[in-house]
Write a new protein. Structure first.
Length: 337
């Protein structure tokens, strides 16, 4: 670690990934962790954090959180919304607001780590994405994350290019699972009810996953390594998984059997459309919707961690079986399953 007890400002700390990151920062010996908090502390309740009340549009709150910290971890953002403009407002403009505030309140910051997503890649001409593949996103979420990355390399109104003006590092996680996760949870919930849907035959590796704690450790390592400035990294599993591997690990953790339901890729889109229509009736935008279905069917879902391993020693520490077992145990303890 660069100093005895560095300090950090975290956006999105009350969320799933952000709360695991905050826990990891505290365990890593950070002397003070400030967290941007809109309302309640949620998963941060009971942790030794300094709440900063506001959001990414609250410039004075951003100044208060940023002053004097060593590291900035930007995790806040939306993964789904009913319209694309809302995603762009949160994921692009929110990021630019934060970086503008960094330039004013803490221009000497050691590192700003910005969280993007494998979804920014979209369609890919190679089976396993590396950081240098072109961005061709196919979902609104992916487009918002790609636009965010591109905005960091483009001049803003005063001519500043943030990738040149600030010590930035971008991380792109694939699908993230672990305790507190609420979207992939619907898969575990369905399997717990006795039905296991898998896309296609599910026998070939086609999905990178990362446990939230592995991601948090990787984010800290990426931020603290000097050579990562101006670079982009995938932080995921050491290898991609087949759907049947995920099914088997889930059934073992649940201690039950389930009927496997192979879904032809061509049917994923209609299923997403039906789920979205049902969500309109219930007033909730579902995790599986037309946009997510398009990603499942057509987007690249596998990424290489070779660059992260080479530049800052990233390794996956939580095997899939152990991670799913722990996650399902958490869901049961908290009454989700």
């Amino acid at each position: 670690m660069p100093s005895a007890s560095p300090t950090a400002f975290v956006t999105g700390g009350t969320g799933f990934v952000g709360s695991h990151l905050v826990e990891a920062l505290l365990a890593h010996g950070y002397g003070e962790v400030r967290c941007l908090v809109r309302q309640d502390l949620k998963w941060l309740e009971g942790l030794d954090v300094v709440p900063v009340r506001g959001d990414l549009s609250s410039i004075e709150a951003l100044y208060d959180g940023l002053r004097g910290v060593d590291y900035v971890y930007h995790v806040a953002g939306l993964t789904r919304a009913r319209d694309e403009a809302t995603l762009f407002r949160a994921n692009v403009q929110g990021t630019l607001n934060l970086l503008g505030a960094v330039r004013v309140a803490n221009p000497g910051v050691r590192k700003v780590l910005v969280t993007s997503s494998l979804a920014a890649v979209g369609r890919c001409d190679v089976p396993i994405a590396t950081e240098d593949v072109p961005l061709r996103p196919i979902s609104a979420y992916g487009r918002s994350k790609a636009a965010m990355e591109q905005a960091l390399a483009a001049p803003v109104q005063d001519g500043t290019i943030y990738l040149e003006a600030l010590p930035l590092t971008i991380v792109r996680p694939p699908a993230v699972y672990g305790p507190r996760e609420a979207d992939i949870f619907t898969f575990f919930q369905t399997v717990n009810r006795g039905l296991c849907p898998i896309v296609g035959r599910g026998t070939t590796p086609e999905l990178s996953l990362v446990h939230a704690r592995d991601l948090a450790r990787g984010m800290i390592a990426a931020a603290e390594a000097e050579q990562t400035t101006g670079q982009t990294y995938f932080i995921g599993s050491e290898r991609p998984y087949a759907w049947r591997e995920i099914r088997d690990a889930t059934l073992a953790a649940l201690g039950r059997r389930a009927l496997t339901l192979p879904i032809p890729p061509a049917l994923v889109g209609p299923i997403g459309a039906v789920a979205e229509w049902t969500g309109r009736l219930t007033g909730r935008y579902p995790p599986l919707n037309r946009e997510k279905a398009r990603e499942i069917r057509d987007a690249c879902k596998m990424c290489s961690v070779d660059k992260a391993r080479r530049d800052f020693g990233y390794t996956q520490q939580i095997p899939l079986d152990d991670g799913i077992r722990e996650t399902i145990a958490w869901y049961r303890r908290h009454g989700w399953l």
